[in-house]
Design a protein around this ligand. Structure first.
Ligand SMILES: Nc1ncnc2c1ncn2[C@@H]1O[C@H](COP(=O)(O)OP(=O)(O)OP(=O)(O)O)[C@@H](O)[C@H]1O
Ligand SMILES: [Mg+2]
Length: 492
């Protein structure tokens, strides 16, 4: 199942409240059912007591011969209907059964307390009551639920019944009242639960907020001031949330120390590289000077010595470039701000491509400039170096006859500088790391050109220091470097 279709997980708060509501609902249900059932059994007991009385009355009345009129269905012995017994309550049902024949099946009506014959269906039900002197609940068609009791007498079986309407309505009413109370209780429990849970979880939210603030900090480079901490009040180890808060603070402390150590060591290395490069410049200048002096000596020198002096000169020149590059990178790494002056990129491109034409006459150098000058805010010399490095690469890493097109265009707020050549391209395995330090192709051309692999690293560092972006795409026959810089005066 895909993650988008998966059900959203419940929050801790929703889970706690749902569990609380389920528990309260369960308790209410049990209380309600037990109350209704016990009330029902109590009311039935009462009714049965009344039923015994009523049954005795009817029995005595029948056996005693009665005093009232005869009913419309006099029994075989002309006894009066038992419903006429004095003290019979409204709603009472009575009948006498002799040899499976029902006589005097009557009801004393609820409203007028008059004797009324039962319907044949209701009468039929009376015959099904077991003759055991016990109360039995039965439904009399047209009259509702009745509690019926049949007792044997000398003059047949006398059946007496009392309406259960009171017990029924009591049970129904109580059920309604209990449901209403339970529902109110549930709503109140849920409301209180929400308040309590929200209050209880507030410290946890604060701890989570601290963790998110840390997650938003850029921790990957530079000096990181990891001063964010969980508030003191949420770090009491005697509480669960406090333990989480304290653990988070301890972890942040460790991470802060580790980051500080990393930054210190980076700074030391950078400082060492900068110092070493700086210190190396003077002896290198001296070596170059002495080599120059030796070359100018009027005395004849053997050819192998002359060759050695030439090598010393060229290698020291190469080392000087390397040392200068290292020093520049160390300075850029330390975040020292660059100059921010208006630089005319159009003029700079014209100059650098002019230099490249002189340095690489075997290549075809093309220029594509917009009619209006394009200016950016930055460091003239460093930007010069960026373009010079790109053009040097296009010259040294491609065969003679390659066409190199340097173009400048305006794209909204940006000035876009591109250097495109139709040479063999950058080896695919080198492409992902081409802007890293000392990354270079090991073709014989590169080695012969005395490359060090710092040229593009400097390009990337200088462009980044100008808040710009450099990108490369390369395939055989088409290698393109693109540098995107903010135009002068554009809002940053
Ligand atoms: N235009 C290009 N065509 C083909 N390969 C290139 C091109 N530009 C760069 N490369 C490859 O990328 C590598 C890295 O270039 P980078 O300029 O960083 O170092 P380098 O030119 O080797 O040495 P350095 O510039 O320090 O003298 C090069 O060694 C080369 O293999
Ligand atoms: Mg280079």
């Amino acid at each position: 199942m895909s993650s988008s279709r998966r059900r959203r997980p419940w929050t801790l708060r929703t889970k706690l409240i749902a569990q609380l509501v389920v528990v309260v609902a369960g308790v209410c249900l049990v209380i309600g059912v037990v109350t209704v059932l016990s009330l029902r059994s109590f009311v039935l007991q009462q009714l049965d007591t009344q039923l015994v009385d009523a049954s005795h009355r009817a029995q005595a009345y029948v056996e005693g011969g009665g005093s009232g009129e005869r009913g419309p269905h006099p029994g075989p012995d002309h006894r009066p209907p038992p419903v006429g017994a004095p003290g019979t309550g409204p709603g009472t049902v009575t009948a006498r059964i002799v040899d499976d024949v029902v006589y005097d099946a009557k009801q004393l009506t609820l409203q007028a307390a008059e004797q009324q014959d039962l319907t044949p269906e209701a009468t039929a039900v009376l015959t099904t009551v077991p003759v055991d002197g016990q109360g039995h609940s039965k439904d009399l068609p047209g009259l509702g639920e009745y509690r019926l009791m049949a007792v044997p007498t000398r003059l047949g079986v006398v059946v007496t019944g009392l309406p259960m309407v009171l017990a029924e309505s009591l049970q129904t009413n109580l059920s309604w009242v209990l449901s209403a109370v339970a529902l109110t209780g549930l709503v109140a429990a849920a409301g209180t639960g929400i308040l309590i849970v929200r209050r209880t979880l507030r410290p946890l939210n604060r701890v989570a907020a601290t963790a998110s603030r840390v997650a938003e900090l850029p921790l990957d480079r530079g000096e990181v001031a990891l001063s964010v901490r969980v508030p003191e009040s949420d770090t009491d180890p005697r509480t669960e949330v406090g333990r989480v808060g304290a653990a988070l603070n301890r972890m942040l402390g460790h991470i802060g120390n580790a980051l500080r150590a990393r930054h210190d060591s980076e700074t030391r290395v950078r400082q060492f590289v900068a110092d070493a490069s700086h210190e190396l410049r003077t002896p290198l200048a001296a070596i170059r000077g002495y080599a120059e002096l030796a070359k100018r000596s009027p005395e004849p020198v053997p050819p192998d010595v002359a060759h050695a002096i030439g090598r010393v000169e060229s290698e020291s020149a190469r080392m000087t470039t390397l040392v200068d590059d290292l020093l520049l990178l160390a300075r850029l790494d330390s975040g020292r701000p660059l100059e921010r002056r208006e630089v005319d990129l159009s003029r700079l491109v014209t100059d650098v491509v002019g230099d490249a034409r002189i340095a690489g006459p075997a290549h075809h150098w093309q220029l594509d400039l917009p009619p209006d000058p394009v200016t950016v805010a930055g460091d003239d010399q460093r930007l010069h170096q960026v373009l010079a490095n790109l053009l040097t690469n296009a010259r040294t890493h491609t065969p003679a006859g390659t066409t190199v097109t340097t173009a400048l265009r305006v794209d909204g707020e940006d000035a876009v500088l591109s250097v495109v050549d139709d040479g063999p391209g950058i080896p695919p395995e080198l492409q992902p790391s081409v802007f890293e330090r000392f990354a270079r192709g090991d073709s014989s051309r590169s080695r012969a050109a005395g490359s060090t692999g710092l040229g593009l690293a400097i390009v990337a560092a200088v462009v980044a220091a100008h808040d710009g972006v450099v990108s490369v795409s390369s395939e055989p026959g088409h290698t393109s470097f693109e540098v995107r810089l903010r135009r002068f005066g554009a809002l940053s």
